[in-house]
Write a protein that binds this ligand. Structure first.
Ligand code: PLP
Length: 490
């Protein structure tokens, strides 16, 4: 019967997933396949007759796993790692089992209510002001698919608010502000919305650690307003993708509040926001500025937050600004409680209608780890990164390109004894270093460019990374670096 088949297939899947996780250390991090490998291995049309499940399950092992880059590998230090847990995975399984687009409270009350509660749990864990809590009924929290969606949603709400305050402003004159270090979603939001985007250049003043300051924001706004333009939102970042840089949220907030009150402050803390769970990190992560001034804040649980992709938390200070911008209610979506305004209808808090039951994942993770478990994981990652930082500090051949930030180190080959090497030559050496490192499939780091300096990023965060993985990574990095340098033409 189907029931028996499902039970057997399900048990086997869990067994195999468990084996997969706990055999990762023996596998290369990077997929060792060539483009088109899968098309060559698969038939060119779906089968006419249904196949036996076991063959399908075995093909996943045989054909798909070899083509995966193992983001859960303990030696995955690329991009920003995504920390997955069995609690998050089971949340996804249960969510999928209800197969439920929970867009209204009425469409599945538990979905809305659990999301509203766990977003408050998370808000408390991060120390967010009560206005951001759902229970305040003023602001609130909603789970979005990604940080890109969170930012787009905030920008749409910001645009509506600005136009309410300034009804004569044309869309052509409205500008989204990002910085040269804001994630590329800012530019994409401009493309989607047909709005101008200005990237404020924070590359020049290295001493600020590439964090946007209030004075520079004000200078840019004044310049643009003289040209008849209307900046209406600044997408600031706590923990940029490139270097982990932190914008000066309080200064930005003061500037906006004093001079341009219709402007919106969105804080993208997609990666570093989880550090707000640790009281000793809150000052660095700009909690005071966020609590006093941010109109919206995004923290991705699906990056460094022990929760399986996707799960991006967005909090807004005033939920009415979201629903004013996004509430479209045809007759078929009306409900008694929605009409009475006694429930949250999350469909009006994001762009799509249907939504996944993602709050289960946060609920499972926060209950199983507890706040202390969550904090100790964040602290452990930072400590492991500190070990790496110490190695870089003590080495003769490597140097930092940016101040280490939380669990991210941006570094390059820059031998202390070779002050004769100029930027171009160092960039060439580091490009070669990058290529050489990429041929070592037992670990993965990715490269970046910081104000013209080609360099490498080392990001700690994969849930199964241990100190021995950091030590092993440093051994490889050091050896490969020395080899590149010794072969470099003098
Ligand atoms: N913001 C920051 C700082 C990021 O580092 C990233 C991705 O790495 C994003 C936003 C985009 O995240 P998402 O994939 O959830 O849109």
């Amino acid at each position: 019967t189907i029931r028996k088949k499902f039970r057997k297939a399900g048990y086997q899947a869990i067994d195999r997933i468990c084996d997969y996780y706990y055999s990762l250390r023996e596998k290369p991090v990077v997929a060792e396949v060539e483009p088109g490998y899968l098309r060559r291995a698969l038939p060119d049309a779906a089968p006419n007759k249904g196949e036996e499940w076991q063959g399908i399950a075995d093909d996943y092992q045989k054909l798909i796993i070899p083509g995966l880059t193992h983001w859960q590998h303990p030696s995955f230090f690329a991009y920003f790692p995504t920390a997955c847990t069995f609690e998050g995975l089971l949340g996804d399984i249960y969510s999928s089992s209800t197969c439920n687009p929970g867009f209204n409270w009425f469409a599945s009350p538990a979905c809305t209510e659990l999301e509203s509660v766990v977003m408050d749990w998370a808000a408390k864990m991060f120390g967010l002001d009560r206005t951001f809590h759902n229970i305040s009924e003023i602001g609130g929290g909603v789970i979005q698919t990604t940080a890109s969606d969170s930012a787009l949603t905030a920008i749409v709400a910001a645009r509506v608010r600005y136009l309410v305050d300034n009804p004569d402003v044309s869309l052509e004159s409205m500008v989204i502000y990002v910085t040269s270090h804001t994630h590329s979603f800012g530019k994409k939001a401009g493309l989607v919305l047909g709005l101008r985007v200005r990237a404020i250049n924070v590359d020049e003043d290295v001493r600020t650690g590439w964090g946007l300051k209030g004075s520079l924001l004000q200078q840019c706004i004044e310049e643009d307003r003289k040209k008849g333009l209307h900046p209406f939102i600044i997408v600031a970042t706590v923990g940029t993708t490139n270097t982990g840089a932190i914008d000066h949220i309080e200064e930005l907030g003061v500037t906006i509040k004093e001079h341009y009150p219709s402007m919106w402050l969105h804080v993208d803390a997609a990666w570093a926001g989880v550090t707000l769970s640790c009281p000793e990190l809150r000052e660095k992560a700009q909690l005071a500025g966020i609590n006093t001034y941010a109109d919206s804040l995004c923290v991705n649980f699906h990056k460094w937050g022990l929760t399986n992709f996707d799960c991006s938390a967005l909090w807004v200070r005033d939920r009415k600004l979201l629903t004013d911008a996004l509430d479209v209610t045809p007759e078929y979506l009306r409900t008694k409680h929605g009409d009475a305004g006694t429930v949250i209808d999350y469909r009006n808090w994001h762009l799509s209608l249907g939504r996944r039951f993602r709050s289960l994942k946060i609920w499972f993770v926060l209950r199983s780890f507890g706040i202390e478990g969550f904090q100790s994981y964040i602290r452990r990652c930072i400590q492991m990164n500190d070990h790496f930082v110490n190695h870089v500090k003590q080495s003769e051949n490597f140097d930092f390109v940016a101040p280490p930030s939380f669990a991210l180190t941006v570094f390059r080959i820059a031998p202390k004894s070779r002050t004769d090497l100029g930027l171009e030559e160092l960039n060439a050496i580091n490009r070669q270093f990058h290529v050489a490192l990429q041929s070592h499939h037992e670990l993965l780091l990715t490269q970046t460019d910081v104000g013209g300096v080609f360099c490498m990023r080392f990001a700690v965060g994969a849930a199964r990374t241990e100190e021995r993985d950091i030590e092993q990574a440093w051994r490889v990095i050091k050896e490969v670096g020395e080899e590149v340098l010794s072969n470099w033409k003098v």
